[in-house]
Design a protein around this ligand. Sequence first.
Ligand SMILES: [Zn+2]
Length: 138
Amino acid sequence: MMTQNQISTANKISTYLMFIVLVVLGLSIVALVSAAYAYALGSEIAASFLLIIGVFAMGLSAAVLYQSRRRVVAMKIEVPKVMTTIECKKCSLKNIREYQRGDYVFKELDACPKCPDTKQLITAIYKEVKEKEKTYNV
Ligand SMILES: [Zn+2]
């Protein structure tokens, strides 16, 4: 389970990574443009050299970008939602909503929509685990 602090650190890393990727991508474009110029000027060896650098740098930045995107997707799945179950003591009308600050089990809430004289009670607070997301492999 990741804490809020770990998530923000990961976000900082990915911002830093994005900057590097953009720099490498920019350099690869410069290299490719230079390759075209070198070819136009008749120096084929320099052109092919720049072409290799350009293609390699572009491939590298694309690979890093793909990897970091996958990591972000995996991270989102690792943070399950916390849900709160609310029940009416009288008619046992069940309601599930996202956890709100200050929620605790057996806390009394507003009156039940069906029976105005009875207050709704928080009966459970739990982490939501989606089966579909659990099978995700990195
Ligand atoms: Zn009720």
